[in-house]
Design a protein around this ligand. Sequence first.
Ligand SMILES: [Fe+2]
Ligand SMILES: [Fe+2]
Length: 455
Amino acid sequence: MKSFNFYHLTDLHYYANERIGSSGKTYEMKCKLDQKCMAESGAIIDSAFKSVTDDKDTEIVLISGDLTFDGEQQSHDALVEKLHNLKKNGKRVFITFATHDFYMHARKYTDEEGETELPKYTRAELRALYNDFGYSEAIAEHENSYSYCVQLTDDVRLLALNDDGDFDAFCGYYNDLLFWIKDQVEDAKKAGCEIFAMTHHPVIEPSPVYPLFSHKAMLGGYEFTTPYLADLGIRYIFVGHTHIHDIDYIDTKKGNRLYQINTAALTAYPLAYRKVEYSDKGMDIKTVQVKDIDLDLGGKDVIEYSKEHFLYMVKGVFETIENDFETFLVLAQGFSGEEEKLRKMQPVLQRIGKIANGMTFGKLCRFFGCGKDVDPAIADSKIVEFICQVILNMYGGTENYSPDTPEYKAFIAVCKKVGKVVKLKDHNRNPVDLAELIAGVLYDGEIDDWNAFLE
Ligand SMILES: [Fe+2]
Ligand SMILES: [Fe+2]
C-alpha cells in the first residue's frame, strides 16, 4: 500500500461577521461567553487553511461537521468560498455537516435590536451547496442521511457518515443507514480496500466524565453502534462535536479494535487540528496548532489568547455559580451542560460552588479527614485554580496529573471519602465509582492525545 497524508479538522463554527454585521455590547458579550473564539473564527480558519494549502505533500482534508457557528447562511456562503480556494490549490476536501449547520438559532447580535433571527439553509440545500466537497466524488451515497463513501486512494475509502438523526434527542444512525454502512464495508473489502469512517458525534467517551454531564452529546445508540462498526472491520473513526482533543479505542467482545480520533474544535483552545500519515505500518497522527492570525490580539500569542478566552468561561462558572445561577447556566451550556439537568441540580451545584470557591487543598483534605494525604507544597493552592487546569487539560488533551503527583494523591483521597457518601449513577442507572471516574479525568496516560502512532 502506498502511504498517504491527510488532515482532520472539525467544528470550525465559523461566524462570518464580515457579512453578518453583528456589533456592540450584545455581540461582545456573546463572544466573551462562548468557549469558542467566535469573533476571531474567520481569521483562525484562514490561518489553518493557509498552512494546509502550503503543505504540498497533503492533498486530502477531512472536516467532520459544525462548519458554522449556528447555521447562518452568510457563514456557509463564505466558508464555501474558502473551501473552493483550497480546491483550486489542489486539495480534495470531504465534509459532513451537523446540527450547528442547520438546526440551531442563527442570530445577528446588535445593541439596537438585540438578537435577530438569520436565514438558514435546509439540509437538502446544504447537500447542494457542499456538492464539491465530498458528494461529487462519491462512489455511493445514502440519500436519507446525506452520508457518502469516497475512494481516498487506490487502497483506502472513507465513509463520511452524517449522524443528524432526528437533529435533537437522537443524533445517530437509523437502521437503513446501519445496513448501508455494512454494504459499503463489504464492497470495500471486495475491492481490496480499507475503510475509515468520519462522523460528527463521538462513539467512545472522550473523557470518562463526558457522558455523565452530556449523555445526549454521544452518538445516539453508541452502545450498540460502536461495536457494530468495529466488528464490521472499521478500525479508525474521526469525530468532533465534543471540542475535546482525545484519542481512544475500544476492543469488542469479538476482539476487534476501533480507534476514535476526536479532534478539538478548530476555533477553540487549543486551536488544534491533525495531520495524519497512513501506511502499511499504521496511522501516524500529529497535532498541528494554528499559528499567527491576521488580527490584532494586543501583542498576545494566538494560543495564549485562546486559552485566556477559554478560561474566562471556566472561571466565570465558579464566579457565578453561587450568586448568579442564570449566568452560570448560560456559561455552562458552552461546555455541553444540559440546562434542564443543571437546573434540577441547582442546590447541589451552588453548594459545591460555594465550598469550592473558598477551598484550598489543605482545607479540603482536612475537612474530609485525609489531611495526611496533602503534600505541604500544595496545601495553600486554590482548588478552583486546580479545577480550571483540569478542565483545560481535558479539552486540550493534556490530562497530566499522573498518580504520583501531589494533586492527584490529595484529590483522589478526597474523592474516595466523598464516594462513600455520594452514590453516583450513570445513564443506565449503574453505580459509578467517583474516585475511579475522577482519576480518569485527571490522568489519561494510555495514548498520547496529541501525537500517537496507532497500529
Ligand atoms: Fe461543535
Ligand atoms: Fe456538534
